[in-house]
Design a binder for this molecule. Structure first.
Ligand code: GLY
Length: 432
């Protein structure tokens, strides 16, 4: 049995952990929270600050780990991959340098520009307050103001959304510049977002079903941005409100990124996740991430059929194996979160009636501790329920129908994948 190390303790990593164990891997985990599902699946675990790569490497070496997989983005910004590789441990995740695709937004924009990859948008990096002020005072366009590095989905502010006018944009951009020494302005784009996650060995890619995630805290996509409140996929691997040609375009962008990284001598292996927006001018790249998406990874891993451990080995060895497929069913994920999540979360506890939970509902444990039946919430996302059914609407209803098996003070977005939401998206799609 292969000894596999998984780093991270959220819902995304719980889904990966299950696939590793189902595929015959012996799981070792390094995580900061006592996630009851991951701990239950692990032969051994290390509770650790996930950024403390030295301790994780020592743990991996002492346990004779053969292959490692890294879940969370902040860990990809550490030299963990590089240090594990030096010890002869295979890693199915990118090096720190390749992960700059996500950890530096200007690196990603520059890569697209240098290699003339389509789907890029206007962006400009500022290091000087005078330049920033002069640029914004002459502009009529609206911009997204972005810190260069990782912000957990919460640092980006957009004119016309969180920033009411040019003065507020200048003030926020100046604040970021003062803090980080630089700030990125990107032309504001509008439309439906979609996520495309691919596996890559540094040369070839293999696609997974197209997904959409819902970042706003409240129903009808209102309220503050969060790490993601839920996500959907459809039975044919596409989304009914995104044209097939946009999916093909996105796939070709991802392939070109992989080829360009290799050409630059900085090959990328692991999971690459492109966030795109379907605009009136066609699909545009919003961001490129160096890992599985959270929550969308849980949709696609719930549908994955094949040997996940073999896939990870083939990624790490540079010999991508395509002997897997995805169940031809729709999936809807809804996150159970503490009340007030997004502004002032109030953690409490949840009772889960696991015995009565139907088999076609997947239940993943996220930033929690306690036991699988008595869950202790943190201030972050707690449980992810994934319904799997022939249609998105049915999968959405399936999650709601089983919520009575979870008791406690929590909040969940019921509208994700609902008939009303899907009809509204289709109506907009038809008139676009
Ligand atoms: N789906 C949002 C993220 O993983 O960053």
């Amino acid at each position: 049995m292969s000894k596999i190390l998984l780093v991270g303790g959220g819902g995304r990593e719980d889904a990966v952990a299950r696939k590793i164990v189902e595929s015959g891997g012996e799981l070792f985990s390094a995580l900061k929270n006592r996630n009851p599902s991951i701990l239950g699946l692990s032969r051994e675990h290390l509770i650790v600050d996930e950024l403390d790569y030295t301790r994780i490497v020592d743990f991996a070496v002492s346990k004779g780990i053969e292959l490692a997989f890294i879940g969370p983005d902040p860990v990809l910004a550490t030299p963990l991959e590089n240090e594990l590789s030096k010890k002869g441990i295979m890693v199915a995740s990118p090096t720190m340098d390749a992960a700059r695709l996500e950890t530096s937004k200007s690196f990603m924009r520059d890569l697209l520009t240098r290699h003339k990859i389509a789907g890029n948008i206007f962006s400009r990096l500022f290091r000087d307050k005078g330049d920033l002020q002069s640029f914004l005072s002459h502009e009529t366009r609206e911009f997204a103001v972005k810190p260069i590095g990782l912000t957990g989905g919460k640092g980006v502010k957009v004119m016309g959304v969180q920033l009411r006018n040019a003065a507020e944009a200048l003030s926020y951009a100046t604040q970021v510049l003062d803090h980080d020494g630089q700030v990125l302005l990107e032309e504001r784009i509008t439309g439906e977002e979609f996520s495309l996650q691919v596996f890559t060995d540094g040369s070839r890619i293999a696609a997974t079903p197209l997904a959409q995630d819902f970042k706003r805290a409240y129903e009808n996509d209102e309220g503050p941005n969060t790490g993601g409140m839920g996500s959907i996929t459809d039975s044919n691997g596409l989304l009914p409100f995104i044209p097939r040609r946009s999916y093909d375009f996105a796939l070709s962008v991802m392939q070109q990124i992989v080829v360009s990284m290799k050409k630059d001598g900085n090959p990328f292996k692991g999971v690459m996740y492109g966030q795109f927006m379907e605009t009136a001018e066609g699909p545009k790249v919003v961001e490129v991430n160096a890992r599985f998406a959270d929550p969308e990874s849980m949709n696609i891993l719930s549908l994955f059929e094949g040997n996940f451990v073999e896939l990870l080995y083939s990624i790490a060895e540079g010999n991508l194996k395509l002997n897997f497929s995805f169940l031809e069913q729709a999936s809807v994920l809804k996150y159970v979160v503490p009340k007030g999540y997004g502004t002032d979360p109030v953690p409490g506890s949840l009772s889960v009636d696991l015995k009565s939970m139907p088999k076609d509902i997947m239940l993943y444990y996220a930033a929690v501790s306690g036991t699988k039946e008595k869950v202790e919430m943190s201030t972050s996302r707690s449980l992810a329920l994934v319904g799997i059914a022939p249609t998105i609407e049915e999968a959405s209803e399936m999650v709601d129908q089983n919520l009575n098996r979870i008791k406690g003070d929590y909040y969940i977005r019921h509208d994700i994948g609902s008939r009303h939401m899907m009809e509204e998206k289709m109506r907009k799609f038809r008139i676009s």
